[in-house]
Unconditional design. Structure first.
Length: 215
């Protein structure tokens, strides 16, 4: 049997061998781990660069196609906008021509009314004719159901022209509508056909006529 001192020595020997072996194993494994850990950053960088180059090449390849697709997709809208723009310009020009024609017509009407007024002032009064026209107008308002909405306030006739005014009832809210109705109905009256020229000026509250039997 081994005594205690021999057993202790054997244990120390085994322990020393184990420590020595572990030390050499550690020294041998450390460079390998270092070598294995070094390439990863380089590989990562290479992969990233490759990805960047791939993206750049992809963008360069795809962008022209995208541009063509976008151009084709908006082409119908561009054509439609151009068409609408041309139509708007045409309508604007037409509107300007209509406005100019209306202004000229208004000026002509004012000039025409002025000429009739000057002629009316120059003529002598015809009392008999004034009475006849006044009677006809009064009957017209009654038979046309307009006597409650419009009142004859003044009337005077000369040799070839008559001048008269009608005022709307205060409770009437029709405005110019009632004067259009009155004009339309007057044009149907047989006695009104004696007048070859007519001029009128109206507001919501009043309408003034000057009419002539001569053109």
């Amino acid at each position: 049997m081994l005594n205690k001192s021999n057993l202790l020595g054997l244990c120390c020997f085994i322990l020393g061998v184990g420590l020595t072996s572990g030390y050499f194993l550690f020294l041998h494994s450390t460079p390998i781990q270092a070598q294995q850990s070094q390439p990863f950053p380089y590989k990562s960088i290479v992969i990233k660069q490759a990805n960047d180059e791939s993206l750049n090449s992809t963008d360069e390849h795809v962008n022209p196609a995208d541009g063509n697709f976008q151009a084709e997709s908006i082409a119908p809208y561009t054509h439609k906008i151009a068409t609408l723009t041309n139509e708007l310009e045409l309508k604007t020009k037409q509107l300007k021509r209509v406005e100019q024609a209306l202004k000229l017509a208004q000026l002509d009407q004012l000039d025409f009314a002025k000429q009739l007024e000057e002629k009316f002032i120059a003529e002598d009064e015809n009392s008999q004719w004034s009475y006849e026209v006044e009677t006809a107008l009064t009957d017209f308002l009654i038979t046309s159901d307009l006597s409650n909405t419009a009142q004859l306030t003044s009337l005077e006739c000369k040799q070839t022209l008559c001048k008269f005014s009608l005022v709307a009832d205060k409770t009437n809210q029709q405005g110019h509508v009632q004067w259009r109705e009155l004009n339309d109905k007057l044009a149907l009256m047989p006695w009104w056909q004696q007048f070859k020229l007519t001029s009128s000026n109206s507001t919501d509250e009043q309408i003034d006529f000057i009419v002539s039997t001569k053109e």
